[in-house]
Design a protein around this ligand. Structure first.
Ligand code: SF4
Length: 269
């Protein structure tokens, strides 16, 4: 469950000293949840803050609990962009099914194995889906791509795309996150991969794990993991590769977000 302003307020020192730049601890707690201000901005935190820090960071990155302006604006802009699209003609290229309810057209699309209904003015999440508003942004972006190209069979890394320096750094961070978790939870990785219907990836004799995932049917992600080898001094490592036409379906920011969702699911306890 998402952390609330009160959850953050409870672990603050309650000094109202203003050292964080806010008039009170409550105002600071509100800024942490609503505006994504790092909790470490308070220089007087006790060890209790460590217990919520990882969950809080994840929540902030996902935009959960934030003032909804930024997300709402992104969604509004995307709704405007997709309004003129002909859903029935773009459905096959997106790996979606064209359907209607009454007069209203929608696309039925599998996203991480669950079926989402994408209307021109809203998206119906399946009952088992996380309530993450950035999924709406990603799915509308995907629909707007009107991608319609077959896999090239050529796999690329994020850094192979033009102007990808900062996004490649984000991907590296996610690779490290997966590698360090999987190195101590390899069985968990296998179980989660099975839940996500991972398929065997192209052979890589050095890899301990090589699987293809299809968060979106037309957007495969090849995940490769190498266990650490302390005797040889090699740390655990992971790589995410994409079909070279990924950019026809998702921009780099959306691709990073998609991989982040994938890593969340592969490292779920
Ligand atoms: S610096 Fe910490 S203790 Fe001081 S007002 Fe801000 S949140 Fe409260």
């Amino acid at each position: 469950m998402a952390l609330s302003v009160l959850d953050v307020f409870k672990i603050l020192p309650g000094r109202n000293c203003r050292d964080c730049g806010y008039a009170t601890c409550l105002a600071f707690a509100t800024a942490v949840i609503k505006d994504g201000i790092p909790i470490e901005t308070c220089p007087h935190l006790s060890g209790e803050a460590d217990s919520i820090a990882p969950g809080l960071k994840k929540q902030q990155k996902a935009g959960i609990g934030r003032r909804r302006l930024k997300i709402d604006m992104a969604v509004e802009a995307l709704i405007e962009k997709i309004a003129p699209l002909n859903f029935s003609s773009i459905a096959p290229g997106l790996g979606a099914t064209y359907k209607t309810v009454g007069e209203k057209p929608y696309l039925e699309l599998s996203y991480f194995g669950s079926l989402y209904r994408i209307f021109k003015n809203r998206i119906d999440y399946p009952p088992d889906a996380d309530d993450n508003p950035w999924d709406t942004v990603l799915l509308y972006n995907f629909v707007y791509s009107r991608g319609n190209s077959d896999p090239t069979g050529k796999w690329i890394a994020m850094q192979d795309l033009q102007n990808s320096v900062s996004k490649a750094a984000d991907i590296r961070e996610l690779q490290q996150r997966l590698a360090s978790w999987a190195d101590t939870h390899f069985d968990g990785l296998l179980k989660n991969a099975e839940k996500l219907a991972g398929r065997p990836g192209p052979p890589d004799t050095r890899a301990d794990f090589s699987m293809l995932f299809y968060p979106l049917e037309r957007v495969p992600v090849w995940v490769i993991f190498y266990k650490s080898d302390p005797a040889e001094g090699f740390p655990a490592d992971a790589q995410f590769l994409f079909d070279s036409r990924i950019i026809s379906y998702l921009d780099m920011e959306a691709t990073v977000y998609l991989v982040e969702r994938l890593v969340d699911k592969l490292t779920a306890a």
